[in-house]
Design a protein around this ligand. Sequence first.
Ligand code: SAM
Ligand code: ZN
Length: 281
Amino acid sequence: MTVPDSRFAEALTEIAPLLRCQSCFRGPLSVAPDGLACSSCAYEFPLVDGILDMSGAGPRLDDVGDKPYEGRWASFYDWLMSRPSRQRLDAGLLGLDVSRYYAEMPARLGALGDGPTLEVPCGNVPFLDHAEAYRRNGPWIFVDLSWALLRRLTARLAERGLRRHLAVRADVRSLPVLDGRMRNVVSMFGLHCFHDKATVFAEFRRCLRPEGSVVASTLTTDGHAISRFYHRLSQSDGTFAPDNSAADVCSAARGHGFRIGDELRLGSAYVFGAGVAHDAG
Ligand SMILES: C[S@@+](CC[C@H](N)C(=O)[O-])C[C@H]1O[C@@H](n2cnc3c(N)ncnc32)[C@H](O)[C@@H]1O
Ligand SMILES: [Zn+2]
Protein backbone atom coordinates (compact mmCIF):
# COMPACT_ATOMS: atom_id res chain seq x y z
CA MET A 1 0.00 0.00 0.00
CA THR A 2 1.38 3.46 -0.89
CA VAL A 3 1.07 6.12 1.76
CA PRO A 4 1.40 9.83 0.90
CA ASP A 5 3.59 10.88 3.81
CA SER A 6 4.87 8.50 6.45
CA ARG A 7 4.14 11.01 9.24
CA PHE A 8 0.42 10.57 8.52
CA ALA A 9 0.40 6.89 7.62
CA GLU A 10 -0.83 5.66 11.01
CA ALA A 11 -3.71 8.14 11.17
CA LEU A 12 -4.77 7.67 7.54
CA THR A 13 -4.72 3.90 7.79
CA GLU A 14 -6.81 3.79 10.99
CA ILE A 15 -9.23 6.57 10.03
CA ALA A 16 -9.86 5.76 6.32
CA PRO A 17 -12.34 2.92 7.10
CA LEU A 18 -14.44 5.34 9.20
CA LEU A 19 -14.85 7.94 6.48
CA ARG A 20 -17.32 8.30 3.64
CA CYS A 21 -16.80 9.77 0.21
CA GLN A 22 -18.16 13.30 0.00
CA SER A 23 -18.94 12.80 -3.67
CA CYS A 24 -20.98 9.55 -3.71
CA PHE A 25 -21.51 9.22 0.10
CA ARG A 26 -20.29 5.64 0.06
CA GLY A 27 -17.35 4.16 1.85
CA PRO A 28 -15.00 3.11 3.13
CA LEU A 29 -12.13 5.13 1.72
CA SER A 30 -8.69 3.72 1.11
CA VAL A 31 -5.19 5.10 1.35
CA ALA A 32 -3.91 6.55 -1.95
CA PRO A 33 -0.60 8.11 -3.01
CA ASP A 34 -1.83 11.69 -2.36
CA GLY A 35 -4.30 11.14 0.46
CA LEU A 36 -7.44 8.98 0.45
CA ALA A 37 -9.53 7.66 -2.44
CA CYS A 38 -13.07 6.37 -2.80
CA SER A 39 -13.24 2.74 -3.91
CA SER A 40 -16.71 3.29 -5.43
CA CYS A 41 -16.34 6.47 -7.54
CA ALA A 42 -12.53 6.93 -7.43
CA TYR A 43 -12.80 10.52 -6.10
CA GLU A 44 -9.52 11.49 -4.41
CA PHE A 45 -9.19 13.53 -1.26
CA PRO A 46 -5.76 15.16 -1.07
CA LEU A 47 -3.56 15.57 1.96
CA VAL A 48 -2.48 19.23 1.90
CA ASP A 49 0.13 20.26 4.48
CA GLY A 50 -0.95 17.27 6.56
CA ILE A 51 -4.64 18.26 6.37
CA LEU A 52 -7.04 15.89 4.62
CA ASP A 53 -9.11 18.19 2.42
CA MET A 54 -12.63 16.76 2.10
CA SER A 55 -14.35 20.06 1.38
CA GLY A 56 -14.09 20.02 -2.41
CA ALA A 57 -16.57 17.28 -3.27
CA GLY A 58 -20.27 16.75 -2.85
CA PRO A 59 -23.35 18.93 -3.01
CA ARG A 60 -22.98 22.69 -2.73
CA LEU A 61 -24.39 23.51 0.66
CA ASP A 62 -26.63 26.55 0.71
CA ASP A 63 -24.69 29.44 2.14
CA VAL A 64 -26.32 29.87 5.52
CA GLY A 65 -23.72 32.39 6.66
CA ASP A 66 -21.18 30.34 8.65
CA LYS A 67 -17.79 32.06 8.79
CA PRO A 68 -14.69 29.87 8.96
CA TYR A 69 -11.90 31.72 10.76
CA GLU A 70 -9.11 32.84 8.42
CA GLY A 71 -6.58 35.65 8.15
CA ARG A 72 -5.90 37.98 11.06
CA TRP A 73 -8.96 36.86 12.98
CA ALA A 74 -7.69 33.23 12.88
CA SER A 75 -4.22 34.32 14.07
CA PHE A 76 -5.76 36.30 16.91
CA TYR A 77 -8.11 33.47 17.87
CA ASP A 78 -5.26 30.95 17.78
CA TRP A 79 -3.21 33.24 20.05
CA LEU A 80 -6.15 33.82 22.41
CA MET A 81 -7.09 30.14 22.71
CA SER A 82 -3.60 28.72 23.05
CA ARG A 83 -3.41 29.49 26.80
CA PRO A 84 -6.10 29.76 29.47
CA SER A 85 -4.35 32.89 30.80
CA ARG A 86 -5.05 34.57 27.44
CA GLN A 87 -8.66 33.42 27.37
CA ARG A 88 -9.08 35.30 30.62
CA LEU A 89 -8.84 38.48 28.51
CA ASP A 90 -12.38 37.98 27.20
CA ALA A 91 -13.72 36.28 30.33
CA GLY A 92 -15.38 39.53 31.45
CA LEU A 93 -17.19 39.86 28.12
CA LEU A 94 -18.45 36.28 28.30
CA GLY A 95 -19.05 36.23 32.03
CA LEU A 96 -16.94 33.05 31.93
CA ASP A 97 -15.06 31.55 34.87
CA VAL A 98 -12.08 30.38 32.79
CA SER A 99 -10.51 28.23 35.57
CA ARG A 100 -13.79 26.39 36.02
CA TYR A 101 -14.15 25.92 32.25
CA TYR A 102 -10.60 24.53 32.03
CA ALA A 103 -11.38 22.10 34.86
CA GLU A 104 -14.77 21.09 33.52
CA MET A 105 -14.01 20.30 29.87
CA PRO A 106 -11.00 17.98 30.44
CA ALA A 107 -13.05 16.11 33.08
CA ARG A 108 -15.88 15.63 30.59
CA LEU A 109 -13.48 14.54 27.83
CA GLY A 110 -11.85 12.12 30.29
CA ALA A 111 -15.21 10.51 31.05
CA LEU A 112 -15.88 9.65 27.39
CA GLY A 113 -15.69 6.04 26.29
CA ASP A 114 -12.63 5.06 24.28
CA GLY A 115 -13.17 4.91 20.53
CA PRO A 116 -13.20 7.05 17.40
CA THR A 117 -14.03 10.61 18.34
CA LEU A 118 -15.04 13.48 16.08
CA GLU A 119 -14.25 16.99 17.29
CA VAL A 120 -15.96 19.76 15.29
CA PRO A 121 -15.28 22.61 15.04
CA CYS A 122 -11.83 21.82 16.34
CA GLY A 123 -10.15 25.23 15.90
CA ASN A 124 -6.65 24.81 17.32
CA VAL A 125 -7.96 22.21 19.86
CA PRO A 126 -7.51 24.41 22.94
CA PHE A 127 -7.57 21.48 25.38
CA LEU A 128 -4.88 19.45 23.62
CA ASP A 129 -2.44 20.02 26.49
CA HIS A 130 -5.09 19.98 29.19
CA ALA A 131 -7.00 16.74 28.58
CA GLU A 132 -5.42 13.31 28.95
CA ALA A 133 -8.14 11.93 26.65
CA TYR A 134 -6.16 13.16 23.61
CA ARG A 135 -3.26 10.91 24.60
CA ARG A 136 -5.26 7.96 25.95
CA ASN A 137 -8.23 7.61 23.57
CA GLY A 138 -8.85 7.77 19.89
CA PRO A 139 -8.38 8.10 17.11
CA TRP A 140 -9.55 11.73 17.04
CA ILE A 141 -10.85 13.18 13.78
CA PHE A 142 -10.50 16.96 14.02
CA VAL A 143 -12.79 18.82 11.61
CA ASP A 144 -12.94 22.52 10.79
CA LEU A 145 -13.13 24.64 7.63
CA SER A 146 -10.31 26.99 8.61
CA TRP A 147 -7.02 26.32 6.80
CA ALA A 148 -5.24 28.61 9.25
CA LEU A 149 -6.42 26.82 12.40
CA LEU A 150 -6.05 23.34 10.89
CA ARG A 151 -2.44 24.17 9.91
CA ARG A 152 -1.77 25.32 13.46
CA LEU A 153 -3.36 22.13 14.78
CA THR A 154 -1.30 19.90 12.46
CA ALA A 155 1.87 21.54 13.79
CA ARG A 156 0.73 21.04 17.40
CA LEU A 157 -0.10 17.36 16.79
CA ALA A 158 3.35 16.80 15.23
CA GLU A 159 5.17 18.63 18.05
CA ARG A 160 3.46 16.33 20.56
CA GLY A 161 3.95 13.14 18.54
CA LEU A 162 0.19 12.50 18.34
CA ARG A 163 0.30 10.49 15.09
CA ARG A 164 -2.99 8.66 15.54
CA HIS A 165 -5.16 11.74 15.05
CA LEU A 166 -6.02 13.54 11.80
CA ALA A 167 -6.95 17.10 10.84
CA VAL A 168 -9.73 17.08 8.22
CA ARG A 169 -11.10 20.08 6.32
CA ALA A 170 -14.87 19.71 5.97
CA ASP A 171 -18.13 21.51 6.64
CA VAL A 172 -19.96 20.54 9.84
CA ARG A 173 -23.16 20.39 7.75
CA SER A 174 -21.82 17.49 5.71
CA LEU A 175 -19.45 15.44 7.84
CA PRO A 176 -17.21 12.99 5.96
CA VAL A 177 -17.91 10.16 8.40
CA LEU A 178 -19.79 6.93 7.68
CA ASP A 179 -23.08 6.42 9.54
CA GLY A 180 -22.81 5.20 13.13
CA ARG A 181 -19.00 5.00 13.37
CA MET A 182 -18.21 7.59 16.05
CA ARG A 183 -18.07 6.65 19.72
CA ASN A 184 -18.12 10.35 20.62
CA VAL A 185 -18.76 13.76 19.15
CA VAL A 186 -17.13 16.77 20.82
CA SER A 187 -18.19 20.29 19.91
CA MET A 188 -16.71 23.17 21.87
CA PHE A 189 -17.61 26.84 21.39
CA GLY A 190 -18.88 26.18 17.87
CA LEU A 191 -22.66 25.78 18.04
CA HIS A 192 -23.13 29.54 18.48
CA CYS A 193 -21.29 30.03 15.14
CA PHE A 194 -23.45 27.52 13.26
CA HIS A 195 -26.45 29.04 11.47
CA ASP A 196 -28.14 25.71 10.66
CA LYS A 197 -28.17 23.89 13.99
CA ALA A 198 -30.83 21.42 12.85
CA THR A 199 -28.54 20.07 10.11
CA VAL A 200 -25.58 20.04 12.51
CA PHE A 201 -27.42 17.89 15.09
CA ALA A 202 -28.76 15.64 12.31
CA GLU A 203 -25.15 15.09 11.25
CA PHE A 204 -23.98 14.43 14.83
CA ARG A 205 -26.79 11.87 15.22
CA ARG A 206 -25.95 10.20 11.89
CA CYS A 207 -22.25 9.86 12.73
CA LEU A 208 -22.75 8.52 16.28
CA ARG A 209 -23.02 4.91 17.37
CA PRO A 210 -26.27 4.15 19.23
CA GLU A 211 -24.40 4.23 22.57
CA GLY A 212 -22.45 7.33 21.55
CA SER A 213 -21.98 10.49 23.60
CA VAL A 214 -21.77 14.18 22.86
CA VAL A 215 -19.76 16.66 24.93
CA ALA A 216 -20.49 20.25 24.00
CA SER A 217 -20.03 23.84 25.05
CA THR A 218 -21.45 26.93 23.42
CA LEU A 219 -21.84 30.63 24.05
CA THR A 220 -25.42 31.75 24.48
CA THR A 221 -27.55 34.86 24.54
CA ASP A 222 -28.45 34.06 28.16
CA GLY A 223 -25.59 35.88 29.91
CA HIS A 224 -25.36 39.22 31.72
CA ALA A 225 -25.99 42.55 29.97
CA ILE A 226 -22.38 43.02 28.77
CA SER A 227 -22.15 39.53 27.31
CA ARG A 228 -25.56 39.95 25.65
CA PHE A 229 -24.29 43.18 24.06
CA TYR A 230 -21.09 41.42 22.88
CA HIS A 231 -23.16 38.54 21.49
CA ARG A 232 -25.44 40.94 19.56
CA LEU A 233 -22.36 42.65 18.11
CA SER A 234 -20.96 39.29 16.95
CA GLN A 235 -24.37 38.37 15.50
CA SER A 236 -24.56 41.62 13.53
CA ASP A 237 -21.71 40.62 11.16
CA GLY A 238 -22.72 36.95 11.05
CA THR A 239 -19.83 35.64 13.17
CA PHE A 240 -22.44 34.30 15.60
CA ALA A 241 -25.78 32.75 14.57
CA PRO A 242 -29.13 34.33 15.54
CA ASP A 243 -30.65 31.39 17.47
CA ASN A 244 -28.21 31.06 20.36
CA SER A 245 -30.16 30.70 23.59
CA ALA A 246 -29.53 27.47 25.49
CA ALA A 247 -33.21 26.67 24.82
CA ASP A 248 -32.62 27.07 21.03
CA VAL A 249 -29.61 24.73 21.17
CA CYS A 250 -31.45 22.10 23.24
CA SER A 251 -34.49 22.24 21.00
CA ALA A 252 -32.32 21.64 17.89
CA ALA A 253 -30.61 18.71 19.66
CA ARG A 254 -33.86 17.15 20.91
CA GLY A 255 -35.36 17.58 17.43
CA HIS A 256 -32.74 15.11 16.21
CA GLY A 257 -33.22 12.45 18.84
CA PHE A 258 -30.83 13.57 21.59
CA ARG A 259 -31.51 13.69 25.30
CA ILE A 260 -29.61 16.40 27.16
CA GLY A 261 -27.83 15.89 30.48
CA ASP A 262 -25.01 17.21 32.69
CA GLU A 263 -25.96 20.82 32.09
CA LEU A 264 -23.80 23.58 33.50
CA ARG A 265 -24.08 27.34 33.07
CA LEU A 266 -20.88 29.35 33.29
CA GLY A 267 -21.95 32.93 32.62
CA SER A 268 -23.01 33.11 29.00
CA ALA A 269 -21.41 29.72 28.32
CA TYR A 270 -23.56 26.60 28.39
CA VAL A 271 -21.88 23.22 28.82
CA PHE A 272 -23.83 20.01 28.32
CA GLY A 273 -23.68 16.36 27.45
CA ALA A 274 -26.05 14.49 25.14
CA GLY A 275 -26.80 10.92 24.23
CA VAL A 276 -29.15 9.24 21.80
CA ALA A 277 -32.70 9.18 23.17
CA HIS A 278 -33.61 5.57 22.34
CA ASP A 279 -37.19 6.04 23.57
CA ALA A 280 -37.63 8.90 21.08
CA GLY A 281 -37.43 6.45 18.19
C1 SAM B 1 -15.34 29.97 18.15
S1 SAM B 1 -14.35 28.84 17.17
C2 SAM B 1 -14.26 27.40 18.21
C3 SAM B 1 -13.04 26.57 17.98
C4 SAM B 1 -12.64 25.59 19.09
N1 SAM B 1 -13.56 24.47 19.23
C5 SAM B 1 -12.50 26.30 20.42
O1 SAM B 1 -13.13 25.88 21.40
O2 SAM B 1 -11.73 27.26 20.48
C6 SAM B 1 -15.47 28.41 15.88
C7 SAM B 1 -14.86 27.57 14.78
O3 SAM B 1 -15.88 27.16 13.86
C8 SAM B 1 -15.29 27.03 12.58
N2 SAM B 1 -16.40 26.97 11.61
C9 SAM B 1 -17.28 27.95 11.28
N3 SAM B 1 -18.18 27.47 10.41
C10 SAM B 1 -17.90 26.16 10.18
C11 SAM B 1 -18.50 25.13 9.41
N4 SAM B 1 -19.60 25.35 8.68
N5 SAM B 1 -17.93 23.90 9.42
C12 SAM B 1 -16.82 23.65 10.16
N6 SAM B 1 -16.22 24.59 10.95
C13 SAM B 1 -16.75 25.83 10.95
C14 SAM B 1 -14.38 28.23 12.50
O4 SAM B 1 -13.40 28.11 11.49
C15 SAM B 1 -13.79 28.24 13.92
O5 SAM B 1 -12.61 27.48 13.98
ZN1 ZN C 1 -17.19 8.12 -4.01
